[in-house]
Structures are given as structure tokens and as C-alpha cells.
Write a protein that binds this ligand. Structure first.
Ligand code: IVH
Length: 668
């Protein structure tokens, strides 16, 4: 084909592919089978390969994911991306309504929308072409994730009018795609995503756009960043306009004349939300008229003309079929409820920890009971209570055994503890769990060595302690079930790479009683080498702020053990690094930082940094990051949608910062 005909064909292909794409992904009414779309897309890609200068940035071929980036560029939002104040009950909604009335009088209406649980993005169009897409970041500066966003098929790469403007919306992963993705992850023994929001955020943070392209993400647009001179006078008009331009908006919105109607809408969706094909975490209520929005204005963080009603944690009923017992690496016996699979807060739940026997008694849980399940923090499933009315008399009392189900030694209840323990140090269950812990992400982080492979290796007696991992041979691994050449090579490589880990990972992995990941890091920073740690005294240990008597005693006792000394010698011989490799600790007194010596709590969604990154940075500046708010807390960093911790901080009069202020102090 000559260049001229190619140019003409490329243009035709753009138009027809954009049209098919719009019909399928925005209108949900495909007019051709997928195979036809795919074939036309292939034709376009081939033409672009042949005539590279015919490839434009709005080409439908961008949908499959362009080249891998080195990093994401920062983008300054032309209009800041604000967040919303929260309402948790009817009273909060009525207070909001009163405030609005005081400012604009009684003649106004609201628009209620679903609050999609994904991540906020901003899309910029120039002359009708999608040119840049960004995350919210701190509201002022976000990250340029254009290539990833182009793979979301419901985002038009070109709209029906050649205008320049910015639109805002929520990118998300539908529940179905999320389940399918986690299924694949589980098959590969990879850590599944906790919920669709994390999965969507994780996908859009990938530097390789092909990953986002494979994840079936979607988007609902909910606002124009700035109406400019479009003549639009209300939020609902703005949404209708977006729709006409080819954007996907959520159809479940309603104009409400009174707060009663708003409350009715909120209550309706509180019940109906499990049936939606995507997660929502609340309802957003907005004053419709833009002129009235302006009159109400905004605070530093959020508009006074809108509020987000947050749903209480979703609760569902299911049957508790059985109670299983498992033995942890410290010998603690944990009962787990086996449930009839049920969907709650975005995932299917079939197990929930019951923690200990006391809890089973307290909640009067019997096998066969109908139980109410929710997810604490929307992540960890728990049994809330039993529905006694539903009992038939067939339910069975659960009794804890007197002997370890794995090694049959007598179980003990240590003084002051609610847990029953197996104290046989040779109990195979404990050894196996210890091995699983050793290879886990925060410990030695050996990819490809999940629970299943470890259990298999242990069963086949190929490993009995952690040093054995470093003596595994290729031939031995090849004999295991479902282990091909490639997985074996990858596994050996991962084991080899783990030898280079900094000391804290090994220390945490060894599973010394009371030594968590954080304490392991402190110990590694303070003492630098395993050699030193092995001879450290209890006093030297308790001199460190974060190390108490109990932990110090456990550490000294651990390294005093002959078998431990031998094990460490074996690890050394295998070439495992025994030194600290991270940055030197900062002496609090020397730090000219706001955080020095302060106890900080992080809560809510922080978008520019991951929770762990924020924590590391604060710690590097001499701060201590803890998980719950108490009188000892000096500062609470409240990201978007912060909940009870923020409320507690306000109650205790503790200083609260938003994400912007955090970033400002970290970048100082
Ligand atoms: S309006 C200035 N509408 O909820 C107000 N936000 O704190 C801009 N969200 O992360 C937000 N669905 O991305 C609005 N229909 C909706 C929404 C929505 C989800 C998210 C938003 C932001 C958070 C608000």
C-alpha cells in the first residue's frame, strides 16, 4: 500500500475503532463481535509499523499499552483536586443541609451520585484529543499516568468536539475483573490484592502500560475541572454534556429537591450496593447549581457544597460450617471459622479467624450457626455475632482439643494468655510455619516459595530448617509436583538473591519471640551485624527506646541457644549476608525535623506515597509511627476519607495534618 492510501485507511480505522470501542465500553451495546474489533486493531498496528509517522498519540493502538516508562513525571493540576468532607449518619446529612440552607436559602436542589471506590484521576483534552491523565497526588501535584489511562477502553482518546478542558473521575476495577485477577494471582502463589481499589491503584502505578491494559479497568467521569465559558450552569448539565462528548458517566444519579429525598437515596443504596458490579463506599451529595456552589465556596481541603456519605462496613449473613484449628509458628492454636462462601466488601469470604477459645465462648458460636460477617477495616473478615433466632437445635458446641492436632503433645495455656499453645519445639506444624514465615515478603522475601511449595518440601523432608533452603539442588526441586524447569530456575535465583538481604530481613525471618519487622529493623540499625547481636547483653538492648524487658530477654535467650548458634553458622557458610545494609539511623537529638521524637499516626488514603514509604520517611526523620491514636500521639496525618482515628484525634485535641502538609514537611 502506498503512503497516501495508508493514511486514508489509518484514518478510517481510527474512526471505526473509536466508534466500536465507544459502543462496547461506554454504551455497553457492542455492534460487532470482539474478533472484528481485534482484527481491525491488528490491521492498524501493522500499518503503523509499516509507516511509523502515521502513528499518533490518540491512535486506538495505544489501548494495548505503549512502551515501558522509567518513572512517572509529576503533573501540576491546573485546578486543584479537592477531597470531600464525610457524613456517617442521618444527623450529619441534616447538619450539612442546614449549613447549605444558611448560605444559599431554600431554593436549591442536590444531585446524589454513587461514590465509586477506586482512585481519582484527572484527564486533560486539547482540541478534543486526550493528552494527559494524572493521579490526584496531594491534590496539587499528581503523577502522569497517561499511558496507563489510555488502556482504559471507556476513556475516549478523542472526543466529538475539538475542545480543550479537563475532566475528573474515578478509575476502578469491576468486581468480576478483580476476582479473575486474584484467582490467577493465587494460582501463581502470588499475594492477592485485598480489594478492587488496591488492585486498580496497583495496576495504574505500574510503569509497564501492558499490565494496566491486561487488567480490565474502567472509569466513571463525574465532573469538569472548570466549566470555563461553556455556558454550563449546573453540575447535572455538566454531566449530561460529558455524556454527549462520549464520556462514561454513572447512570445511578438522582436530582433531589430535599434532604429527605437524599436520605431515601442513601438508604436505598445502602441495601442495594452488594448487587452492583463495582464497589462503592458511599454516596456523594452535591449542590446542583454552579452559582450556588460558588456562593458556598470551599475550605482549604474540600468544597462546602458537597459531602460524602460513607457506608458503614457491609454486613452479611452466612452459615458457619466448621471450625478448623491451625498451629502458628509460635505454637499458638488458632480456631478459624469455615464459612459458606459469601461476598462481602468486594471479595468472597470463606474463612474468618476466631482468634481464641474465649472469643468463641463470648460470642457463643456453635458449628452450624448463622453468623453475621463483616470486614474490619474493609479487609479482614470477622464474625460479628450469631443469629440465635435461626438456631434449629442441631448446632454443635465446639470444644478445643487438649492435645496438639499435629504432634499430639499436651497443649498449655501460659499464664496471662488466652491462647492455647503447643510447646513442643519439634512440632512439625511449628517448624513448617516458621519456614513459611522465613520466606515471606517482610522477611527473606523469596518469590516462588509460597505455602504450598514449602509444605511440599517439608513433607518430602528436603528442608528441615531454614539453612536447608540454601542447600536445595536443582534435581531435587525438579522432582516436585508442578515444578517445571523454568519455575525451578526462577526459584533458585530468588533463593540466591535472598542471600543479599540486609540483616533486618533475616532477623525478622528467624522468628525470635516478640521481634516483629519493626524491632528487627531497629536492632539491625543499632548493632549492624549478627555477630554483635549474638553477644549483646540484656542491658544494652533495653537501653534502646523501643525494646522492652520481655523482648530483650527473648533475644538473649534465643542467641544463647546452641542450636541457634549452629544454624547461624550454617547460614554464614551458605553465603547469607549477616550485616545491616540500610541507611544509618538518625540520632533524634541531631535532627532538625518536626518529626524528631514525635509519635505519629497515619490514617486515611494517602495518595502520593504508599503507607510504608510515608512511614519510612517519618522514621528517617526521627519520628515514631504507631497504629492507633492515644494520648501519647503527637500528630495524626489524615489522608482522604480518614475515619475513626481522625475523630479520635479531634476528640483528644491532637494536631492533625493533611497530606499536603505532610509532603511539605517531608520535602523541606
Ligand atoms: S466529587 C471536589 N463524585 O471520592 C469534589 N467524588 O473525597 C470532588 N469519588 O477521591 C469529588 N465517586 O475521587 C466525587 N461521584 C463522585 C465520586 C467521587 C468517587 C471519590 C473522589 C475522591 C473522593 C472524595
Amino acid at each position: 500500500m502506498d503512503k497516501q492510501s495508508a493514511e486514508k485507511r489509518v484514518k478510517e480505522l481510527h474512526d471505526v475503532l473509536n466508534q466500536y470501542n465507544y459502543e462496547y465500553h461506554v454504551l455497553d451495546k457492542p455492534s460487532v463481535p470482539d474478533s472484528e474489533y481485534d482484527q481491525l486493531l491488528r490491521e492498524l498496528i501493522e500499518l503503523e509499523d509499516q509507516f511509523p509517522d502515521l502513528k499518533t498519540s490518540d491512535s486506538p493502538s495505544e489501548r494495548v499499552g505503549g512502551s515501558i516508562l522509567e518513572s512517572f513525571e509529576k503533573v501540576e493540576h491546573r485546578t486543584p483536586m479537592l477531597s470531600l468532607g464525610n457524613a456517617f449518619n442521618e444527623e450529619d446529612l441534616r447538619d450539612f443541609d442546614r449549613r447549605v440552607r444558611q448560605s444559599v436559602g431554600d431554593d436549591f436542589s442536590y444531585v446524589c451520585e454513587l461514590k465509586i471506590d477506586g482512585l481519582a484521576v484527572s484527564l486533560r483534552y486539547e482540541d478534543g484529543v486526550f493528552v494527559q491523565g494524572a493521579t490526584r497526588g496531594d491534590g496539587t501535584i499528581g503523577e502522569d499516568i497517561t499511558s496507563n489511562l489510555k488502556t482504559i477502553r471507556s476513556i475516549p482518546l478523542k472526543i466529538s468536539e475539538p475542545i480543550s478542558f479537563e475532566v475528573r473521575g474515578e478509575a476502578f476495577m469491576p468486581k468480576g475483573s478483580f476476582e479473575a485477577l486474584n484467582k490467577v494471582k493465587e494460582e501463581k502463589e502470588e499475594e492477592p490484592f485485598a480489594n478492587p481499589r488496591n488492585a486498580a491503584a496497583g495496576s495504574l502505578r505500574q510503569l509497564d502500560p501492558k499490565i494496566a491494559a491486561s487488567r480490565n479497568l474502567d472509569i466513571f467521569l463525574y465532573a469538569l475541572a472548570d466549566v470555563g465559558d461553556t455556558g454550563i450552569e449546573s453540575h447535572s448539565e455538566g454531566l449530561d454534556r460529558l455524556e454527549r462528548l462520549g464520556f462514561k458517566t454513572n447512570q445511578e444519579r438522582r436530582r433531589c429537591a430535599t434532604i429527605e429525598e437524599v436520605i431515601e437515596f442513601v438508604e436505598g443504596w445502602t441495601d442495594k450496593r452488594p448487587n452492583l458490579p463495582y464497589d462503592i463506599d458511599g454516596i456523594v451529595i452535591k449542590v446542583d447549581a454552579l452559582q450556588q456552589q460558588q456562593q458556598l465556596g470551599t475550605t482549604a481541603k474540600s468544597p462546602r457544597w458537597a459531602i460524602a456519605f460513607k457506608f458503614p462496613a457491609e454486613e452479611v449473613v452466612t452459615v458457619l460450617k466448621d471450625i478448623e484449628l491451625s498451629i502458628g509458628r509460635t505454637g499458638v492454636l488458632t480456631p478459624t471459622a469455615i464459612l459458606d462462601p459469601v461476598r462481602v466488601a468486594g471479595t468472597t469470604v470463606q474463612r474468618a479467624s476466631l482468634h481464641n477459645e474465649d472469643l468463641i465462648r463470648e460470642k457463643d458460636i456453635k458449628i452450624g450457626d448463622h453468623v453475621v460477617i463483616k470486614k474490619a477495616g474493609d479487609i479482614i473478615p470477622e464474625v460479628v455475632n450469631v443469629l440465635e433466632d435461626k438456631r434449629t437445635g442441631e448446632e454443635q458446641e465446639f470444644k478445643m482439643p487438649t492435645h496438639c492436632p499435629e504432634c499430639d503433645s499436651e497443649l498449655v495455656r501460659l499464664e496471662g494468655e488466652v491462647a492455647l499453645r503447643c510447646i513442643n519445639p519439634k512440632c512439625p506444624a511449628q517448624i513448617r510455619e516458621g519456614l513459611i514465615h522465613f520466606v515471606s515478603r517482610n522477611a527473606m522475601n523469596i518469590d516462588g516459595l509460597g505455602e504450598k511449595v514449602i509444605s511440599q518440601l517439608f513433607r518430602e523432608k528436603l528442608i528441615e530448617d531454614v539453612a536447608d533452603l540454601y542447600r536445595l539442588e536443582r534435581e531435587q526441586l525438579l522432582q516436585l509436583e508442578r515444578m517445571g524447569e523454568k519455575s525451578v530456575d526462577n526459584l533458585l535465583e530468588a533463593i540466591e538473591a535472598s542471600k543479599e538481604n540486609s540483616l533486618e530481613k533475616l532477623l525478622f525471618g528467624l522468628g525470635v519471640r516478640h521481634v516483629g519487622a519493626k524491632a528487627a529493623k531497629t536492632l539491625a540499625q543499632q548493632f549492624h551485624s549478627m555477630e554483635k547481636l549474638m553477644t549483646v547483653s540484656k542491658d544494652e538492648l533495653t537501653d534502646i527506646n523501643e525494646i522492652g524487658e520481655k523482648m530483650a530477654a527473648a533475644i538473649v535467650a534465643y542467641f544463647d541457644n546452641e542450636e541457634v548458634k549452629e544454624l547461624i553458622e550454617e547460614l554464614k557458610e551458605a553465603g547469607v549476608n549477616l550485616e545491616y545494609k540500610g541507611p544509618k539511623p538518625v540520632k533524634v537529638s541531631e535532627v532538625d525535623s518536626y518529626f524528631a521524637g514525635k509519635t505519629v499516626v497515619l490514617t486515611g488514603k494517602i495518595e502520593v506515597l504508599s503507607r510504608n514509604e510515608a512511614k519510612d520517611k517519618i522514621e528517617m526523620l526521627g519520628g515514631k509511627v504507631t497504629g492507633s491514636v492515644s494520648k501519647k500521639t503527637d500528630l495524626v496525618i489524615a489522608g482522604e476519607d480518614a475515619g475513626s482515628k481522625l475523630a479520635k484525634a479531634n476528640e483528644l485535641n491532637i494536631e492533625v495534618w493533611d497530606e499536603d502538609k505532610l509532603m511539605e514537611e517531608l520535602n523541606r
